[in-house]
Write a protein that binds this ligand. Structure first.
Ligand code: DGL
Length: 283
């Protein structure tokens, strides 16, 4: 029975291309697992929508993923994690892992001064998702937050390097740079693509927390605890679903999953999201 569950896929979800960085790290750490990824690119960015609409879209995407009978679901989206994680987890029969708690844990372990910067979407900043996580883990942490709404569209456009993205990142990081934090949390998985620019702007003395790594380690811990790690020696498959497939998606897949692509173990497919069934409860 356990062996059967172990070969079930792991599902990873984001509104767009950001979550692929988390899926790629899971792939590196747990290569035997069969991986499903869903990006709701037809509707990205989520963060500029109302909480009720974000919750509805996330629930629709969950329906799609749960139809594949995964053994766990990773919400590789801070915005959905901050708006709707508890409710989704309550309604889902398998473990649901968000990105906020694993990232916040890694940040409190990394900081020496207790001053942590958080750059995130407007929705995540407004929900004070990281402030609450830090309050739970280490109440004396001083948090400096900055919302960076233009970074998600830049990633979806495939524009993550050069003068313009650097200027945009610099603008959003300014309140954090001037607050002398020693640790930076990327409170949006899309921002992973800007790590080289951010690290350059902040200097080597500021530690940028690796959300894909922190989340993958938490996933591994949960699977090991439930004896659901796939012990098969062969590499598993990767299926990337998107509600809109275009060249930008294919380019990122090529960059992040080069080996799987050359060995024919990855497929990119268009996803039809079924009509909404689960009514959001409290949000
Ligand atoms: N990657 C999502 C996050 O981590 C982007 C949110 C959006 O679609 O606005 O928050």
């Amino acid at each position: 029975m356990i062996a059967e569950r172990a070969s079930q896929p792991l599902a990873v979800f984001d509104s767009g291309l950001g979550g692929l960085t988390v899926a790629a790290e899971i792939r590196r750490r747990l290569p035997s697992e069969n991986l499903l990824f869903l990006a709701d690119r037809a509707r990205v960015p989520y963060a500029s929508q109302s909480v009720a609409l974000i919750a509805r879209w996330a629930a629709e995407c969950f329906d799609f993923l749960l139809a594949h009978d995964p053994k766990a679901v990773v919400i590789a989206c801070n915005t959905v994690s901050s708006v709707y994680l508890t409710e989704l987890a309550e309604q889902t029969p398998v473990p649901v892992i968000g990105v906020i708690m694993p990232t916040a844990h890694a940040a409190v372990e990394a900081t020496r001064s207790g001053r942590i910067g958080v750059v995130a979407t407007k929705a995540t900043v407004k929900r004070r998702a990281y402030d609450m996580a830090f309050a739970e883990l280490r109440p004396d942490v001083h948090v400096v937050s900055s919302a960076a709404p233009l970074l998600v569209p830049l990633v979806e456009e495939g524009w993550t390097a050069g003068e313009i993205p650097r200027k945009v990142v610099e603008h959003y990081l300014e309140p954090i740079v001037s607050s002398q934090v020693d640790t930076l949390v990327l409170g949006c998985t899309h921002y992973e693509y800007f790590v080289p620019i951010m690290q350059d702007l902040l200097g080597a003395q500021v530690r940028v927390i690796n959300t894909p790594l922190a989340t993958s380690l938490e996933l591994e811990r949960v699977l090991a605890h439930d004896s659901e790690l796939n012990r098969d020696r062969r590499r598993g498959t990767v299926t990337v679903y998107s509600t809109d497939v275009n060249e930008a998606l294919e380019r990122v897949v090529k960059d992040l999953f080069a080996e799987d692509l050359s060995e024919g173990r990855i497929t990119v497919q268009s996803a039809q999201i079924p009509p909404f069934r689960i009514a959001p409860r409290r949000v």
